[in-house]
Ligand binder design. Structure first.
Ligand code: OGA
Ligand code: NI
Length: 274
């Protein structure tokens, strides 16, 4: 296993073949919009109703926003990144001890080329991914993380404060989410799209790599427990707006999500009411 960990190798002169995407699936980095940032919301603002309105707008339009003045000291955010970086700099044999492709394990090291397609058993309400994207000699040919939506309810992402890589799909264009050192990126996952009857959007996003710098991010995924029934609230269903999705349990959804490829159609499409 250890020799398969890309994070171990300090630099490659070309991209390993297994990572090269077919022409039609490449990131087309020159087309990415870099100056249309997603909204940043100041959670410290005394005007609470305005903050609520801003969050609602962001959830309906981008499905993504950044928050500042969230109460987590920036030193703590940097310390989290420092611990993550320390882990990825460990000798490969040390890291490999934590490797597992079992998604039910509480703590594990995993890597992009062997995500097992299988069902998960057991409750979970939050899980955290510490993502490490090595710098890449040919970033035009591959992804750090291919386009996907998050299957959970809400995701809180701590981005590398210095290295950009996260991009969000909006009106057919990829928009770069520029890092702000003191901000968290918040995005709506599939469950809030379902619970809001499609008003709040779980949008496609991806992480690209670059040839200069490694990048890290820490994602906290807030999830319903597996037995939770996801069903459109009656208040949101009326004559003109029927329930878009049928009721299901989060467990059912999660299994379906991981049995598909990450870049298939939006998983919620499979849960539409007839
Ligand atoms: C994720 C994700 C983006 C990033 O882990 O689901 O979208 O910038 N990460 O690492
Ligand atoms: Ni994601």
């Amino acid at each position: 296993m250890a020799d398969q960990l890309l994070s171990t190798v300090s630099h490659h002169s070309s991209l390993p073949d297994t990572y090269v995407r077919p022409e039609s699936q490449r990131p087309r980095l020159h087309e990415v919009v870099r100056d249309a940032n997603i909204p940043t919301i100041d959670l410290g603002s005394p005007d609470v109703s305005r903050v609520i309105a801003q969050v609602g707008d962001a959830c309906r339009s981008f499905g993504f926003f950044q928050v500042v003045n969230h109460g987590v000291p920036v030193e703590l955010m940097l310390a989290m990144m420092a611990v993550a970086s320390e882990f990825f700099r460990l000798p490969p044999e040390e890291k490999a001890k934590h490797y597992s492709d079992d998604p039910a394990k509480k703590m594990r090291l995993s890597t992009s080329f062997n995500i097992r397609k299988e069902t998960v058993l057991g409750e979970q309400e939050q899980h955290m991914a510490v993502n490490y994207y090595p710098k890449c000699p040919e970033p035009e040919l591959t992804y750090g993380l291919q386009a996907h939506t998050d299957p959970n309810a809400v995701t809180i992402l701590l981005q590398d404060p210095k290295v950009a890589g996260l991009q969000v799909l909006k009106d057919g264009k990829w928009i770069a989410v520029n890092p702000q050192p003191d901000a968290y990126v918040i995005n709506i996952g599939d469950q809030l799209q379902a619970l809001s009857n499609g008003r709040y959007r779980s949008v496609c996003h991806r992480a690209v790599v670059n040839s200069d710098k490694d990048r890290m991010s820490v994602a906290s995924f807030l999830c319903p427990c597996n037995s939770a029934v996801i069903s459109t609230p009656e208040k949101l269903v009326g004559d003109g707006s029927p329930a878009i999705y049928r009721s299901y349990t989060y467990g059912e959804y999660y299994n379906k999500f991981w049995s598909r490829n990450l870049d298939d159609e939006h998983c919620l499409e499979l849960f539409k009411s007839q």
